[in-house]
Design a protein around this ligand. Structure first.
Ligand code: SF4
Length: 354
């Protein structure tokens, strides 16, 4: 018999599942409260469900959970969690406390197929997609270990969320449903490297914040450092992103990792300014997080400020993002779930960009 994992079902699927068992739809909400708010892992503990339903659920369904993760704490308070999955694969989540908020960065895949040359996860390659339950269990697992409540969730960990769209959407629906986890969509951000048709598909299914990892203002450069650009070039990506249904009073974000002597010149800033002029957006500049064996360096602080200044002159709202968790390899682009280096492919970067 096919045993259903409750956390792999979207709210609508859970309701249908309960109805198919001959129960009233409100039983799905009761069950979800036990699973996501009280975080129990057995049907026997669900004391407001009838005995018959509890016994039946025990036969046809299960509630998955991840083993408590390994925790590493950075000197800046950032915490990295390494979770071991049922098949022995490992994924990472990062909790970033800042200004009264606690942002959880979740993974959506083991590794990543997109091969961005500045990213350690990309060096592993894609091993497999995560199930919705494995995305949700990162939130539950980190919550169980921390007194501070998680206030924001970003889908920016290992993997490209839109390369695992089905699990990403199901997890988002569970996160945002008030009867399930109940996060405001305004507090959730999905980050993408730019799979253009999937941006459209995501927007047709849910409205959350969107953050697009741009990192270059010329197609030849972006083709080199983010190969997905060969299929979906910059202009097409910006146009599709600008149509995405962001929640009210929120703004589309473009992320730009600044890499010394690759994409950090004033000329790059001017091109970026011209591309984004008139687009309702903000830009986050992220000085590259150096990590072996990646062949790049972070620009000097003056260069970062110079780039910001050049971009601001185009009327664009630009922030410099602080590097958090660098000492525990928990910063942006550094997540590789402690995979041994023998699994890491050499970068394809040709070094001919300048
Ligand atoms: S930056 Fe994102 S999309 Fe690119 S390889 Fe890394 S995880 Fe994948």
């Amino acid at each position: 018999m096919n045993v259903v994992n409750i956390k792999d079902l979207s709210p609508k699927e859970l309701e249908d599942f309960i109805i198919n068992l001959g129960e009233k739809p409100y039983r799905a909400v009761q069950l979800a409260k036990w699973v996501y708010k009280r975080r129990v892992t057995s049907f026997d503990e669900m004391t407001d469900l009838p005995n018959g339903l509890r016994a039946g659920l025990g036969v046809v369904a299960k509630i998955s959970y991840l083993k408590p993760p390994l925790e590493r704490v950075s000197s800046d308070g950032t915490k990295k969690y390494v979770f071991e999955l049922f098949d022995g694969n490992r994924i990472e989540s990062v909790l970033i406390p800042e200004n009264g908020r606690a942002t959880l960065c979740v993974s959506t895949q083991v590794g990543c197929a997109l091969d961005c040359t500045f990213c350690l996860t990309g060096r592993i390659g894609r091993i497999r997609n995560l199930d919705p339950s494995e995305i949700l269990d990162q939130y539950i697992g980190v919550n169980n270990l921390n007194n501070q409540s998680i206030t924001n969730i970003v889908f920016m960990g290992m993997g490209e969320p839109l390369d695992n769209l089905e699990s990403t959407v199901k997890a988002l629906k569970t996160f945002t449903n008030p009867d399930f986890i109940g996060f405001s969509p305004k507090k959730i951000t999905v980050s993408t490297s730019g799979i253009v048709p999937k941006i459209k598909e995501l927007g047709e299914q849910i409205s959350v914040n969107l953050s697009v990892s741009l990192n270059a203002a010329r197609d030849d450069l972006r083709d080199e450092i983010m190969p997905i650009n060969k299929r979906y070039p910059i202009k097409e990506l910006i146009e599709e992103s600008a149509r995405f249904p962001i929640p009210k009073r929120k703004t589309l974000t473009f992320e730009y990792v600044l890499i010394e002597n690759v994409n950090d010149s004033d000329e790059d800033a001017r091109r970026l300014g011209e591309l984004l002029m008139g687009v309702k957006c903000k830009v986050n500049l992220i000085p590259f997080n150096e990590a072996d064996p990646l062949p790049y360096k972070s620009p000097a602080e003056e260069r970062v400020f110079g780039f910001q200044k050049a971009l601001i002159s185009y009327g664009i709202n630009v922030r410099i993002r602080k590097n958090r968790g660098r000492d525990i390899l928990g910063a942006c682009g550094q997540l590789a779930a402690d995979y041994p280096f023998k699994n890491i492919k050499p970068s394809k970067f040709s070094g001919k960009l300048k």
